[in-house]
Design a protein around this ligand. Structure first.
Ligand code: ZN
Length: 132
């Protein structure tokens, strides 16, 4: 089953916790065991899994990506958001999570994040649940 969700960012770059959407999709799909594919159909955003206990981890990820990939550089892309495109490719636009006994297998400190690199804006996230 395929589920579609919307994510709204209010900063240019941020990590938004979307773990609740994963739980919602698994519940609606009524699947006990299988996999979930979380996919973002955007070229300047991404999906990632990381720590949610200490919010400074999220800030450090954004900060260090910006250090590696500065907004201002001699890029060719005229839209002015090449840094966001590069970050999207590096982080990746999808994740796969195992579902066991009706729950996603996530570590104690892990959460699922939508990574916004060119906000603020409204985005889409797809979650495909496959039984097996
Ligand atoms: Zn662009």
């Amino acid at each position: 089953m395929l589920f579609k969700y919307e994510v709204e960012s209010n900063e240019r770059e941020c990590l938004i916790d979307i773990t609740k959407y994963l739980y919602d999709a698994i519940k609606k799909a009524k699947v006990k065991n299988g996999i979930a594919i979380i996919y973002c159909p955007h070229t300047t955003a991404a999906i990632t899994i990381n720590e949610n206990a200490d919010p400074s981890v999220r800030e450090d990820i954004i900060k260090f990506l910006s250090y590696l990939i500065p907004k201002d550089f001699n890029y060719k892309h005229l839209e002015g958001n090449s840094d966001a495109h590069i970050k999207s490719s590096l982080v990746g636009c999808s994740e796969v999570i195992i579902i066991e006994d009706g729950k996603p297998i996530l570590g104690t400190w892990q959460s699922l994040f939508f990574a916004e690199f060119d906000g603020p804006r409204r985005r889409k996230v797809y979650i495909k649940i496959i039984e097996g």
